[in-house]
Design a protein around this ligand. Structure first.
Ligand code: FEO
Ligand code: CA
Ligand code: CA
Ligand code: CA
Length: 583
């Protein structure tokens, strides 16, 4: 792709000071404007219900409004850099904020409002005279929620482990949730990833081996949906649980399109699904599984992308090979095929079909001896060099008694700060061998604890999560330090989450943005000309104590309205001189 603006990778802005302010701070010469907050109208219809500051909107109203906890996001041009669609995830909810009285009472209406505040928004946005705005109404506007009908496709569709009383076919699912990061295909569709789906299911007192491997347990339903929606009670409906943890494909240009869960990409607590292309036009999809000691995956499609957009590539993600990564101590790496019948993935070991391998991806990866990583979050592919990067956000359990010890790729015990690993495929992106090293170990050089100091050149950070290399070759890093940790311990000098820009060739890191109190900074995309950048501020004011109490978040943040409940929101950043972001 053409390198936009000034010199490739050059960072031209003045670094922002780390600070605890209840605002979005950007460098001098930049402007940050709130675009799309929780509860805002999507543009689905004219006369949509307005947001009620006391959170008294009904479940039916919430289903027409922006969801909560914005996360991964992509821009789809309609009119180049002037008008386009944003598809964005609403990862989860804070029930204390979502309902007027928090969780003081519990009801079917509250469960349905929570389900309606999850999922994905598709909104139309355009550059107007006063800056960027949401187009209302828009024929593209859409809310996808935890109740939206979807299909399962690929090798696991119809598998006995995906069949339920409500769907004996094992091919029709209602909804998607805990949509964390995302992907964008060359044929113009959006991929949304189901991350911590286990927290929505109530498990049995004595989970079986499969349920245990995926963390299903009694008392595990953090969101309490099962109390009014029995499909989330795994004691009654054990297979509903297997119908989540997938990568879901959505066609943002067609509001009538039924979202498709692509089982060929495997089941995992998927963080994201970053798409790139091989020299012969196939796609590779890099996927982290954000959980302690879980894995990093790559899918390679069988077929090349065809011209003709989404309609010409409807089945492309149903055929291909899934691999899991092994990082060897000598700096080499192997992509191990998750293919039924190859190596130990046989019926004798409990893998009777490719469908079973894909539903039990974790167990299959265990058998193959893949590397247990420090919570793989986003992946990014450098368009200039095809170097691939992955954020390993943190893992304080690494090296603790009874837990895996350090290894070459995950080199620090009690890893509170995280690292960014990178690799070059040996040949094409479809290669099965790679060479890897660390771009950097995150940390704060002022700290006395040796293992938390890291080796960052420039502005310090920890817990990297969001990651993207823009068309100019600048690596953008977003942080998700837990609100339990911000400003404390190893994060004593880092009270708020932030976004930084890195020149990956020199290693220089410069702080570009600091978020409001108690938020995570996530979701990043730009217009094709790199003159408007969209980011998401997730869970401003996130409470560190009792999430069910609506008063707690208000003590931390009133962003963005300056009054009332804090609201997750999409923010658009422009340069006041109209220039390229980052220069
Ligand atoms: Fe939803 Fe791994 O962050
Ligand atoms: Ca994340
Ligand atoms: Ca995270
Ligand atoms: Ca978060």
């Amino acid at each position: 792709s053409p390198v936009l603006g000034s010199a490739p990778r050059q960072l031209g802005f003045a670094s922002v000071t780390m600070q605890a302010q209840d605002s979005v701070t950007v460098p001098a010469g930049y402007r940050a404007q709130v675009l799309y907050r929780w509860g805002d109208a999507t543009g689905l219809t004219t006369g949509q219900p307005s947001f009620h500051a006391d959170a008294s909107n009904t479940a039916a109203e919430q289903a027409q409004q922006a969801g909560m906890h914005h996360d991964g996001m992509a821009y789809f041009p309609l009119d180049g850099a002037q008008r386009g669609l944003l598809a964005l995830n609403h990862e989860y909810v804070d029930d204390g904020l979502l309902h007027s009285d928090g969780m003081q009472t519990w009801s079917a209406e509250k469960v349905h409002k929570s389900m309606a505040a999850h999922g994905v928004s598709v909104i139309e946005v355009r550059a107007g005279a006063q800056g960027w705005e949401v187009v209302r109404p828009s024929r593209f506007a859409r809310r996808i929620t935890a109740s939206t009908p979807m299909t399962l496709s690929g090798p696991a569709a119809g598998h006995p482990l995906l069949q339920t009383a409500a769907d004996p076919s094992g091919r029709h699912v209602l909804g998607t949730f805990n949509n964390c990061a995302h992907g964008q295909t060359p044929w113009g569709t959006y991929l949304t990833c189901e991350e911590n789906f286990v927290n929505y299911f109530e498990g049995p007192a004595q989970p079986d081996a499969h349920q245990q491997r995926w963390g299903l347990k009694k008392g595990g339903s953090f969101y309490r949906w099962h109390e009014f929606e029995p499909r989330f009670d795994a004691r009654q409906h054990p297979n509903e649980f297997n119908r989540f943890g997938w990568v879901v494909e959505i066609d943002p240009l067609d509001p009538t399109h039924t979202p498709i869960k692509r089982t060929a990409l495997g089941r995992a607590a998927h963080e994201g699904a970053t798409v790139a292309q091989t020299a012969d036009g196939r796609v590779v999809v890099y996927m982290g599984e954000d959980a302690r000691f879980e894995y990093l995956y790559k899918f390679v499609s069988r077929d090349a992308v065809r011209p003709g957009g989404a309609a010409a590539n409807r089945d492309l993600l149903d055929h291909g090979t899934l691999y899991v990564a092994r990082f060897n101590p000598d700096g080499s790496g192997d992509w191990l095929p998750l293919v039924h019948g190859q190596g130990p993935l046989t019926a004798a070991n409990g893998f009777d079909s490719q469908g079973t391998v894909l539903i039990k991806t974790r167990q299959a990866s265990d058998l193959l001896g893949a590397t247990k990583m420090d919570r793989p979050e986003w992946t990014a592919v450098d368009p200039l060099t095809q170097t691939v990067y992955c954020t390993l956000t943190n893992n304080s359990l690494r090296g603790q008694p009874g837990q895996p010890g350090v290894d070459a790729a995950n080199p620090r015990a009690n890893n509170t700060m995280g690292q960014i690993i990178r690799w070059r495929e040996q040949g094409d992106l479809a290669a099965q061998r790679f060479r890897w090293d660390h771009l950097m170990l995150a940390g704060d050089r002022q700290l006395s604890r040796n293992e938390a100091q890291g080796n960052i050149q420039g502005d310090v950070f920890g817990s990297p999560d969001g990651l993207w290399v823009d068309p100019r070759g600048v690596l953008w890093i977003q942080t998700d330090v837990s609100t339990f940790t911000l400003g404390k311990g190893d994060y004593a000098h880092l009270p708020n989450n932030q976004m930084l820009a890195c020149n990956p060739e020199t290693g220089e890191v410069r702080r570009f943005l600091v978020g409001p109190n108690g938020c995570e900074v996530t979701g990043i995309c730009t217009t094709p000309d790199l003159r408007a950048m969209f980011i998401n501020i997730q869970h401003p004011g996130e409470p560190t104590s009792e999430r069910s109490d609506p008063a707690q978040p208000l003590k931390v943040s009133r962003w963005p309205d300056g009054q009332g409940r804090p609201r997750s929101a999409t923010v658009v950043i422009t340069k006041t001189d109209g220039g390229v972001i980052g220069t």
